[in-house]
Ligand binder design. Structure first.
Ligand SMILES: [Zn+2]
Length: 417
């Protein structure tokens, strides 16, 4: 049923039960997004709360903050709990080259890495290229440590291949400059696995070409079952409440990073979009969601999709919207959400470009994989993410406000059809 007809029906009802009037027709402008409000949210999340890995006390404080913000805006709040496997480094891992030349390398344990014994382990190192199956073919590692480069296949596959070939541990070196970044193994690994920097890795490869290298590794980690949550601010639809539009972004960060761009920026944009639509009435329901556990494998958004209570007609995801050119993208399966996003952006005078993203890089993928059309609002790569350098003063709050305006306008359009 079209908008005009709906209006007539609505007027008829007014006589009888005084339903709330439609606050704003899609053509009417939404309130102005505030970069000051966005900045305030990023300050609370990335500075006052700080690193908020899933399942940690900071993760809980983040959920409380989101729930309070949604409540203050007048939304009904649901905390959707789900089980997770909590991971933490009990102590920073140590990677020491014993010989030919002693050196201590900076390292991070990959998420869900097994621990070494408390004494650690010492073994020869073997260069295993990218850690693909063919890179181990015909090689028996007999307890050696496999050195592999990041890229092409998932960390978990490299580590499983090395374990199958008899390695006692895996050292992954980054394929981009800068400090080591924490990646996830998605589930507990058989053998310890750490990440070192590109520089250290490439230097090791050189030394290995000239002779043997011995390394001592000490990894101490905690892996336990805990609970995390999605925090949902609910705007109930007036006509088809079981049809849902989702506006979301993940609220967790990795444990080494305050996560200003990844993803306090997206979370702030979700809260600001919720503020912009707080007075708008929509035919369909809108769920504003701070997803939990994205950094350990999109766990929160997958749980939400698998336990959905209605028909999700569209999803807007915001992840890293604080630094770089504004872009809208998705996996390319269904481009209609991108067409809508471009149309809305031009109406709002926001310059956007489009992109395609095959890998499941963020929460929109959980929806697309279930056949739900999604648009991913993003401002591009940022070498500082997942490191201590991902801090507030690198961001542009106006970009976050722009992302919030765009998301709010897209959601309203989808929710008033
Ligand atoms: Zn992210």
């Amino acid at each position: 049923m079209g908008f005009r007809a709906a209006l007539i029906v609505l007027c008829a009802i007014v006589a009888s039960s005084v339903p709330p009037p439609l606050a704003a027709a899609p053509s009417e402008a939404l309130p102005q997004a505030s970069s000051a409000a966005a900045l305030q949210h990023v300050t609370v999340l990335s500075q006052q709360i700080g690193p908020r890995p899933t399942g940690s006390p900071a993760d809980g404080r983040t959920a409380t903050y989101l729930a309070e913000q949604f409540q203050q805006l007048g939304y009904t709040v649901q905390r959707q709990a789900f089980p997770i496997l909590f991971f933490d480094e009990t102590a920073p891992p140590t990677v020491n080259i014993v010989g030919p030349q002693a050196a201590a390398l900076r390292a991070l344990a990959l998420i869900y890495s097994a621990a070494t014994s408390s004494e650690g382990l010492e073994a020869e190192v073997l260069d295993a290229d990218l850690g693909r199956e063919e890179d181990f073919r015909g090689k028996r590692l007999e307890g050696r440590i496999a050195l592999v480069q990041r890229g092409q296949i998932r960390f978990s596959v490299k580590v499983a291949n090395a374990a199958t070939a008899g390695a006692s541990a895996v050292v992954v070196y980054n394929n981009q400059p800068g400090p080591p970044q924490a990646g996830t193994l998605v589930e507990p690994s058989q053998i310890p696995a750490v990440m070192i920097s590109q520089d250290d890795g490439e230097r090791l490869v050189q030394v290995l070409r000239a002779g043997t290298v011995r390394m001592r590794l000490n990894v101490s980690t905690t892996i336990e079952r805990r609970t995390s949550q999605n925090v949902i601010g609910i705007k109930r639809g007036t006509r088809t409440p079981n049809e849902i539009v989702v506006v979301g972004g993940h609220a967790d960060s990795v444990r080494q990073s305050p996560g200003a761009n990844d993803n306090a920026s997206g979370t702030a944009a979700v809260l600001e979009a919720a503020r912009l639509l707080a007075r708008t009435t929509t035919a369909r329901t809108i769920h504003f969601i701070g997803f939990g556990a994205e950094e350990i494998g999109l766990v929160g958004s997958r749980f939400y999709v698998q336990n959905r209570t209605g028909t999700i007609v569209g999803m807007v995801n915001m992840d890293m919207v604080g630094r770089g050119p504004m872009q809208v993208g998705n996996s390319g399966g269904d481009t209609s959400p991108l067409d809508l996003a471009e149309r809305v952006a031009s109406r709002l005078d926001i310059t956007v470009s489009t992109f395609r993203l095959r890998e499941a890089a963020s929460d929109h993928a959980s929806f697309e994989q279930a056949g739900i059309p999604a648009v991913f609002i993003h401002t591009g790569d940022d070498e500082a993410i997942h490191t201590p350098a991902d801090v507030l003063n690198r961001l542009n709050p106006q970009l976050i406000a722009q992302a919030a305006s765009l998301a709010a306008a897209i959601a309203r359009e989808l929710a008033t059809r």
